[in-house]
Design a protein around this ligand. Structure first.
Ligand SMILES: NC(=O)c1ccc[n+]([C@@H]2O[C@H](COP(=O)([O-])OP(=O)(O)OC[C@H]3O[C@@H](n4cnc5c(N)ncnc54)[C@H](O)[C@@H]3O)[C@@H](O)[C@H]2O)c1
Ligand SMILES: [Zn+2]
Ligand SMILES: [Zn+2]
Length: 349
C-alpha cells in the first residue's frame, strides 16, 4: 500500500510500505477513505516531536471502511464505515475509567498514538488497536466530509474550550485564535447558550469565517485587543476566555479578558514557558483550565452533526486526492495565503 512516511525534519514522501495488517486480536484494519492534516503534523515535520522517528507513517484522523477484523473484536465487522479518532483507548486503565483516555496507560501512556507512536492514517490503510473501545460507527446521515473533523478539531474546541470553560446560558465568550480549533469552539459555544461570542484573530479571512461559524462579534488582534473587548462588555470582560493559538502573548490576552469569577480555557499547545500576571489574577476568582483532548464527546458531536445542528463540513475548504498529498500539505501549511481552514484528502480524489 501507499502511505505518507516521515523521513526526519522537512522530509516526507508518499511511498510504498508494507500493508497494514491485524497484529493483535483486538485490532482491525481500516481502509482510509478520507483523512486530513493537523497543525501537529506540521510540528512533526519541523522536528518538534522527538517521539516521531524516521519511517513513521503520519496522520491521526480518518474516516474509512473496516477491511479486516481481529479475533477478539466484537463491535465491528468488515464493511463498517467508521471514524478513527486521534485518541486510541483501552477502556479499562485507570485513566480510561476516569473518562480521560488522552492518557490511556495501555496504548502508550498517551492516547495519541497514530502518526506518533504507531503508523498513522495518511495512508491507504491503517491498523487500529483496541478497535472496540476506540472506533465509532458513522451514522448514515453523516458524510465522510463531516465526520473527518470529529476525529480531532471539533472535539478539541468543544471539550478543551467550551466544556472545560463551562460555557453556560447567557455567557459572553471570547475565543482568541479562529483557526480550525477556535472555530470549532465557536461552532459549539451556541450549544450551551452563549449570548455573545467574540472572535479574535489577526487574520481577516478567519474573522469573517468566525461570523459564519456563529461568532456575534469580531476583533482584529492588535495593541487594543483587550480595551476593545472590555468596551464591548461594559468594562467587565467575558465569562469564558478561550485561548486557541498557543503563544505566551495570546494566553496573556485571554487572561486579561476574563471577568471576576470567569474561566480561562487554554487549548493552545505551548512550546515555551508562559508568565501570567498572578498579582492581578489572584483576586479575581478566575479558573485556568488546560487539557489534552480526550475525544470522549464524539458520540454527542456525531448526533449533533446527524441532526443538522453542527455543520461540520464547513471546516473543509480544500479537497485533494492521496496522489496530491504534497499539495495538500503546502496549502495547509500556508493556510492564510490560501484562505484554507482544513483540507480534506480522499482516496479517490
Ligand atoms: N489541547 C489539545 O488537545 C489540542 C488539540 C489540537 C490542537 N491544539 C492546539 O490548538 C491551537 C490551535 O490549533 P489550530 O489547528 O486551530 O491552529 P491554527 O494555526 O489553524 O489557528 C491559529 C489561529 O490563531 C491566529 N493567530 C495567530 N496569532 C494570533 C494572535 N497574536 N492573536 C490572535 N490570533 C492569532 C491565526 O491567524 C489562526 O487563525 C494550536 O496551538 C494547537 O496545537 C490543542
Ligand atoms: Zn491533531
Ligand atoms: Zn486506557
Amino acid at each position: 500500500m501507499k502511505a505518507l512516511v516521515y523521513h526526519g525534519p522537512g522530509n516526507k514522501s508518499w511511498e510504498d510500505v508494507p500493508d497494514a495488517a491485524v497484529q493483535e486480536p483486538t485490532d482491525v484494519v481500516v481502509r482510509v477513505d478520507t483523512t486530513t492534516i493537523c497543525g501537529t503534523d506540521l510540528h512533526i515535520l519541523q522536528g518538534d516531536v522527538a517521539a516521531v522517528t524516521d519511517g513513521r507513517v503520519l496522520g491521526h484522523e480518518a474516516v474509512g471502511t473496516v477491511t479486516e477484523v481481529g479475533a477478539a473484536v466484537r463491535g465491528f465487522a468488515a464493511g463498517d464505515r467508521v471514524l478513527v479518532p486521534a485518541i486510541t483507548k483501552c477502556g479499562r486503565c485507570v485513566y480510561c475509567q476516569r473518562g480521560m483516555p488522552s492518557h490511556c496507560a495501555t496504548v502508550g501512556g498517551i492516547g495519541w498514538i497514530f502518526g506518533h507512536l504507531i503508523d498513522g492514517t495518511q495512508a491507504e490503510s491503517v491498523r487500529v488497536p483496541y478497535a472496540d473501545t476506540s472506533l465509532y460507527a458513522v451514522p448514515p446521515e453523516v458524510t465522510n466530509e463531516q465526520a473527518i473533523f470529529l476525529a480531532d478539531s471539533l472535539p478539541t474546541g468543544y471539550e478543551v474550550g467550551v466544556l472545560a470553560g463551562e460555557v453556560r446560558p447567557g455567557h459572553t465568550v471570547a475565543v482568541v485564535g479562529a483557526g480550525a480549533v477556535g472555530l470549532s469552539a465557536i461552532l459549539t459555544t451556541g450549544l450551551w447558550g452563549a449570548s455573545r461570542v467574540i472572535a479574535i484573530d489577526t487574520n481577516k479571512f478567519r474573522l469573517s469565517t468566525a461570523m459564519d461559524f456563529g461568532a456575534t462579534d469580531v476583533v482584529e488582534a492588535g495593541p487594543n485587543t483587550v480595551a476593545d473587548v472590555l468596551a464591548m462588555t461594559d468594562g467587565l470582560g467575558v465569562d469564558v476566555s478561550i485561548e486557541a493559538v498557543g503563544y505566551p502573548d495570546t494566553l496573556r490576552t485571554a487572561a486579561a479578558l476574563v471577568r471576576p469569577g470567569g474561566t480561562i480555557a487554554n487549548i493552545g499547545v505551548h512550546g515555551v514557558a508562559v508568565e501570567l500576571p498572578m498579582q492581578d489574577l489572584w483576586i479575581r476568582n478566575v479558573k485556568l483550565t488546560m487539557t489534552l483532548v480526550d475525544t470522549v464527546s464524539i458520540p454527542t458531536l456525531l448526533t449533533m452533526v446527524a441532526s443538522g445542528r453542527i455543520p461540520a463540513e464547513k471546516m473543509g475548504t480544500h479537497t485533494f486526492g492521496f496522489d496530491q498529498i504534497d499539495e495538500a500539505y503546502d496549502v495547509f501549511a500556508n493556510a492564510a495565503a490560501n484562505e484554507a481552514l482544513k483540507v480534506v484528502i480522499t482516496s479517490n480524489g
